[in-house]
Write a protein that binds this ligand. Structure first.
Ligand code: NAD
Length: 414
């Protein structure tokens, strides 16, 4: 049978398995197999050349039994309904794993921001908020940045919502600039969370971070900060990549130099000759492999050539279910995306809490609270995987789905 590369149906498959393992009946799966709500919007936007273009966007709200839904907005040409739905389901799992009072949400607009001016991006961002304003808000559904959206876009969106609401509403969205109520530590939060998971996984496997060989696929927000944190902790980052290729030095790369040279889309390998391909990068012998770029990178095709002791998924969906099974059989410790990349939403939650109380924390306070949440989540998932003899992905889904399943039951929905 062909391997399932569809993120939506493979997510459904693991949710079903997780709920069954926990003893929930079919009605809970029926509720959780899709978002409760999916709004499709079409937005006319005036372009710089005077023409009008109509963009399509989505907002999915997976489950709001625990509290408001929460999740990023992605601007990308490949956005589609299924992807937004799958991503909203992952957000429910992430929020459950780090125990946040949220369910999952996600949004996206089909567009290519790399070809748009700042003015066009601003008009599109504002149009999106007007289009979805009925179903979002600080106590309903709280957006955030995702692929190709940033703090400037969050600022425009917050401003537009505040005009509609006729209140200054910083709690409407997270990932804002600090002066508009953003949180210290938000920009690096995903990489911080991944780093904490690597430290915990390395401890379990008796690997010292000092001198550990680390390979990172992707050098954007998640990958580049992660490489920097690993480098600063004494690890040897021996290979990194971007969409154009990979670079490798067995003695360790100069991460500060690469960080300095990368562009805002996370491209740096084009500055070098004789680069490796991304598939060659994945097969380099190392202690810790971090896929931090795109989905479906470790599949049945290449999994047997993966040469790492620990894999920590910073990206969403980089390993297929078949590959997860085979890595588990080879006793390679895989820390799944829904746990490893939950640092971003955790600090987004901290930002919302600070907005609600109007009192702001230092970066040290944020990092301390983040560490507590991620360490506790990691250990809960790790211990469950051992006690129930399941892989870390299934254990993470079990921990992640439980809160929404329980809340839905208490509310009498199922
Ligand atoms: P980004 O856009 O900042 O960077 C993406 C990086 O991946 C760039 O270096 C790009 O060149 C590279 N890339 C793109 N296509 C590639 C390909 N086919 N092969 C190899 N490299 C490729 O994105 P990001 O924010 O760093 O996100 C990376 C991954 O982490 C995504 O899967 C995202 O969903 C996930 N993630 C990010 C966050 C966050 O807060 N940034 C949070 C949770 C999950």
């Amino acid at each position: 049978m062909a391997e399932n590369l569809n993120l939506f149906t493979s997510t459904q498959e693991v949710i079903r398995e997780a709920l069954t393992k926990m003893g929930y009946d079919e009605s809970v799966y029926e509720l959780m197999k899709e978002p409760l709500r999916l709004l499709t919007v079409r937005m006319p936007v005036r372009m710089d050349d005077g023409t009008t273009r109509v963009f399509t966007g989505y907002r999915a709200q997976h489950n709001d039994s625990v509290g408001p839904t929460k999740g990023g907005v992605r601007f990308h040409p490949d956005v589609d309904e299924e992807e937004v739905k799958a991503l909203s389901m992952w957000m429910t799992l992430k929020c459950g794993i780090v125990d946040l009072p949220y369910g999952g949400g996600k949004g996206g607009i089909i567009c290519d921001p790399r070809t748009m001016s700042m003015g066009e991006l601003e008009r599109l961002s504002r149009a999106y908020v007007r289009a979805i304003s009925q179903i979002v808000g600080p106590t309903k559904d709280i957006p955030a940045p995702d692929v190709y959206t940033n703090s400037q876009i969050m600022a425009w969106m917050m401003d537009e919502y505040s005009r509609i609401d006729e209140f200054n509403s910083p709690g409407f969205i997270t990932g804002k600039p600090i002066v508009l109520g953003g949180s210290q530590g938000r920009e690096k939060a995903t990489a911080q969370g991944v780093t904490i998971c690597i430290e915990q996984a390395a401890k379990k496997r008796g690997i010292s971070i000092q001198g550990a060989r680390v390979v990172v696929q992707g050098f954007g927000n998640a990958g580049s900060f992660l490489a920097k944190f690993m480098h600063d902790a004494g690890a040897k980052v021996i290979a990194i990549s971007d969409a154009h290729g990979a670079i490798h030095d067995p003695n360790g790369l100069d991460i500060d130099y690469l960080l300095d040279r990368r562009d805002s889309f996370g491209t740096v390998t084009t500055l070098f000759e004789n680069t490796l391909t991304n598939s060659e990068l994945l097969e380099i012998e190392c202690d810790i492999l971090v896929p931090a770029a795109v989905s479906n990178q470790i599949t049945a095709q290449n999994v047997d050539r993966i040469n790492a002791s620990i894999i920590v998924e910073a990206a969403n969906g980089p390993t297929t279910l078949e590959a997860t099974k085979r890595l588990n059989e080879r006793d390679i410790l895989l820390v799944p995306d829904v746990l490893a990349s939950a640092g971003g939403v955790t600090v987004s939650y901290f930002e919302w809490v600070q907005n609600n109380q109007g009192y702001y924390w230092t970066e040290e306070e944020v990092n301390e609270k983040l560490e507590k949440k991620i360490v506790s989540a990691f250990n809960q998932v790790y211990d469950l995987a051992h006690s129930r003899k399941v892989n870390m992905r299934l254990a993470a889904y079990m921990v992640g789905a439980r809160k929404s399943a329980e809340a839905s039951k208490f509310r009498g929905w199922v």
